[in-house]
Design a protein around this ligand. Structure first.
Ligand code: HSE
Length: 393
């Protein structure tokens, strides 16, 4: 029997138990058993008591009970936030237990340190569920795509905002109601500002960019970082008329020896799979120098999809194949500043921008400028009475 502990029994943590129960026989076979139950949840660390729940007798508020129990080999960290998730994960690793996490904030901030701590202690620190919910994007990038030099990773990395944008576009739901529904469905962060202001997508693109370019990229290096709060119905009208959807994207792309790394709402051509990605789904495009582009699509948030990735990592940890994050921190200047970003740009303005085709709605002009440095684009549109701009994928 392999005993695990779950730290944080919320949307994802409780989903982990559901998945272990539901797929117990298959999990057993994957661990070399004959269908008998091989993974048991010995502890749940949470401040709540979960009275009446079948695991209520396993609930504790004492991290030391878990750390000091030698029969626990894997700790699942689904608490969210940096603290005390970081301290508890570190203590678990130092006591010789593997840690499996869905916590992108902790991975983006402390992933290198925790991963190195795991290697020192001969255990694993696994974080597949931290990006893309149930989509196995991290495994794909670390393993299946390893023959490639990755040149670009871009996509929809936040289910909540994609759900909100879809509800607003397709059902005419207002922002607040769509957000409430996303919270009710368990998609949103404890503080949904992290979703709507782009911070959640930022943490995820830093994790993926780090793998792609073999550097640890602190979130502070990214620029710009924008969420969905400034998207207006007028912008959406232009996007629709011109054959685009507005999507919040995280982008990490090689530009010579440096990279661009940003989170922002983009105009995405309706012909692209990313534009067709609706509701809570995520779609992540990875371009490798030998493979070309491939797109990973699936449920980007929610209890069971995210737990699917967590439990896969639990099985991986039990099988003992450590995946160390031994890359170094990126040097200052590795990420392009905003003005240095090469991009196509959608501009909504009160005056026409001379020399470019435009679309007119209610006396306003919508123009797509061809690729140039963002700093140069800004100079070009200075006198056009600009209302809004969007990068174009
Ligand atoms: N709040 C996150 C999202 C949860 O909506 O994508 C999954 O990381």
């Amino acid at each position: 029997m392999f005993n695990i502990a779950i730290m944080g029994f919320g949307v994802v943590g409780s989903g982990v138990w559901e998945v272990i129960k539901e797929n117990s026989k298959d999990i057993s076979k994957k661990l070399g058993g004959n269908g008998e139950s091989l993974v048991d949840v010995k502890y749940i660390l949470d401040l709540r008591t979960f009275e009446g729940h079948e695991l209520a007798d396993r609930v504790t508020t004492d991290i030391n009970a878990i750390i000091n129990d030698k029969s626990v080999s894997v700790v699942v960290e689904t608490m969210g936030g940096s603290h005390p998730a970081y301290e508890f994960s570190k203590a678990a690793l130092e006591s010789g237990k593997s840690v499996v996490t869905s916590n992108k904030e902790c991975v983006a901030k402390y992933g290198k340190e925790l991963s190195e701590c795991a290697v020192r202690n001969g255990v694993s620190y696994l974080y597949e569920a931290s990006v893309g919910g149930g989509i196995p994007i991290i495994n794909a990038m670390l393993n299946a795509l390893t023959a490639n030099k990755i040149v670009k990773v871009a996509g929809i990395l936040n289910g909540t905002t994609n759900y909100i944008l879809t509800q607003m576009k397709e059902c005419g739901t207002d922002f607040e109601s769509a957000l409430k529904e996303a919270q009710r469905l368990g998609y949103a962060e404890a503080n949904p500002a992290a979703d709507v202001e782009g911070l959640d997508a930022l943490r995820k693109i830093c994790i993926l960019g780090g793998i792609a370019f073999d550097q640890i990229i602190p979130t502070e290096m990214a620029t710009p970082v924008k969420g969905i709060t400034e998207i207006t119905l007028e912008d959406t009208a232009f996007a629709e008329k011109m054959g685009y959807a507005i999507k919040l994207l995280g982008v990490a792309e090689k530009c010579g020896d440096r990279i661009k790394l940003l989170v922002a709402p983009h105009f995405v051509s309706n012909s692209s799979l990313i534009a067709a990605t609706s509701d809570v789904f995520n779609a992540i495009s990875v371009t490798g120098n030998v493979l070309g582009e491939s797109i990973f699509y699936g449920a980007g948030a929610g209890s069971l999809p995210t737990a699917s990735a967590v439990v896969a990592d639990v099985i991986e940890a039990i099988r003992c194949k450590p995946l160390p994050m031994l890359r170094e921190y990126a040097e200052e200047g590795f990420v392009l500043s905003e003005d240095e970003i090469p991009t196509k740009l959608f501009v909504r303005s009160k005056k026409a921008i001379e020399g470019f085709e435009n679309v007119v709605i209610n006396g306003e002009y919508g123009t797509i400028l061809p690729e140039a440095l963002y700093g140069e684009q800004k100079k070009l549109i200075e006198k056009a009475d600009v209302i809004s701009t969007y990068f174009v994928l």
